[in-house]
Design a protein around this ligand. Structure first.
Ligand code: MN
Ligand code: MN
Length: 472
């Protein structure tokens, strides 16, 4: 016989009815769901290891999409519900589209994540020699704390475009058998001056020079023979010369693979979670969507970390132009479709860090293991430079996620006036569509090694899938 359950007190019942329950998924989720999260993240880390740059993320996504039946979009072709197409923008952004039962008539559903991450880009004239050591000059990309990048093993990723039209892939430093590269730092013994500087001044942007070699070309008495030797090695391996650096997108990213973090393996540490940790769930949600009610477009965009400017960023017209193409085929009008369009801007938020508690406001921070975080607004100061999702749209998303038992939470980006930031949500809102940020809480965001919870990654996938497939 089962023991009779203790009756709940009036206060307990009232609390259940009236107050928000903040719960850790690590405590409350069924074991099967946690196991599914662990499993889902195996796919995620494999994706992440091969997608450190936006170009690599696009290549990998297209491969996955083609395997799932997506084909290149053909303007003018008539598509049926359930048809799957994709569009690549300059190799640096990609859109996956699943045609819906109602096409574009009632608006489209957008899931948008970005696939660029902070890093050290090479300058157009990067190669130099100083005191018999060879270096690359870099120009950092995105918001980094410069002091985090010295003494971290780095890998070189990117492309070199030659004048004859060939494009050479460069990918070196991630495999244990390959060399890596590094920015040096001063030993503590001699760092009296450095250590007394404020952190923003201690590491000047022009000090982020990457050490790439030390042996000279030993034939004759040429000057700069270490530089010459390095250029010769590059020429032998890749077939480009120093001038070709001027037409290259080359970048230094932290070397190595994603790792489980913690004795319980509940967390993942890696470079580039922001925002591949939302891009991968969005792609998987798109691949798992058969025939959605409205057409679903998953956008993996570029340039977010530097303000979304540029042809492959969200300030570009490429997404709206594609929706316009779909509208033309459907006999609908773009502006009417956009007004009815709904979007989840899939981007990360800062997870509450007990070691830096004063940067957060505990009631409105997001927490590791509490599920996908919905961020009503980002911005800075008095809500500048952000869209603020309307109450009605928030209600719609809440209802959807609760109905489908998705674990979710809300989060603000830090305490008021503590700093701030933004996502692509405002650019979608500016098209006159409804949008809110939803994504994964991240510890030490923008560091060479960022941390996320496996549960949160999986719940973000579930949120995006349910959003794509929700009835109208
Ligand atoms: Mn982001
Ligand atoms: Mn970011």
């Amino acid at each position: 016989m089962k023991e009779e359950q203790k009756e709940k007190t009036a206060a307990e019942l009232l609390k259940e009815k009236l107050l928000v329950k903040k719960e850790s998924g690590a405590k409350t989720l069924p074991q099967e769901e946690i196991a599914k999260a662990d499993d889902f993240c195996k796919g995620y880390t494999a994706f992440l290891d091969g997608a450190k740059t936006e170009r690599e993320a696009v290549t990998r996504t297209v491969k996955m999409a083609e395997a799932a039946g997506f084909v290149p979009y053909d303007f003018g072709k008539h598509y049926q519900p359930g048809d799957k197409v994709y569009v690549v923008n300059r190799g640096k952004a990609v859109m996956l589209c699943v045609i819906g039962q109602n096409g574009t008539k009632n608006g489209v559903r957008l899931g948008i994540a970005h696939i660029d991450s902070p890093r050290l880009d090479l300058k157009p004239n990067p190669l130099y020699e100083s005191n018999d050591l060879a270096f690359f000059k870099t120009h950092y990309y995105g918001g980094i704390k410069k002091y985090q990048w010295p003494t971290v093993p780095l890998a070189l990723h990117g492309v070199v475009a030659l004048k004859d039209g060939r494009v050479i892939d460069v990918y070196i430093g991630d495999d244990d058998s390959e060399p890596c590269f590094v920015v040096s730092d001063l030993l503590p013994h001699l760092a009296v001056d450095q250590m007394s500087k404020v952190m923003t001044k201690a590491f000047d942007g022009e000090m982020l020079n990457v050490l790439i070699g030390s042996r000279p070309f030993r034939d004759g008495e040429e000057s700069e023979s270490v530089k010459l030797n390095i250029m010769n090695l590059l020429y032998e391996k890749y077939g480009f010369t120093e001038a070709d650096f001027m037409s290259a997108d080359l970048t230094m990213v932290p070397a190595g693979k994603a790792r489980d973090v913690g004795f319980d393996r509940s967390l993942i540490g890696a470079y580039g979670h922001d925002d591949k940790v939302c891009a991968y769930p969005a792609v998987m949600a798109a691949l798992d969507t058969a025939v959605p009610p409205s057409t679903v477009i998953t956008v993996l965009t570029d340039r977010e970390e530097i303000g979304s400017d540029g042809a492959t960023g969200m300030k570009s017209t490429y997404m709206a132009d594609f929706i316009a193409d779909l509208c033309e085929a459907d006999g609908t009008v773009l502006r009417h479709v956009l007004a009815k369009t709904t979007c989840l801007s899939a981007d990360v938020n800062a997870a509450y860090d007990p070691n830096y508690a004063s940067a957060f406001e505990g009631n409105n921070a997001s927490y590791l293991n509490n599920g996908a975080v919905i961020t009503k607004y980002t911005g800075s100061g008095g809500k500048y430079s952000t869209s603020d999702a309307a109450a009605e749209y928030m209600a719609k998303i809440r209802r959807l996620l609760d109905d489908k038992n998705v674990l979710w939470q809300t989060g603000e980006l830090g305490k008021v006036d503590g700093g701030g930031g933004g996502t692509i949500a405002k650019f979608v809102a500016n098209l006159n569509a409804d949008v809110v940020d939803l994504g994964v809480p991240v510890l030490c965001m923008h560091a060479p090694f960022e941390i996320v919870s496996k549960i949160d990654v999986y719940e973000t996938y579930r949120a995006l899938y349910e959003f794509y497939n929700a009835a109208e």
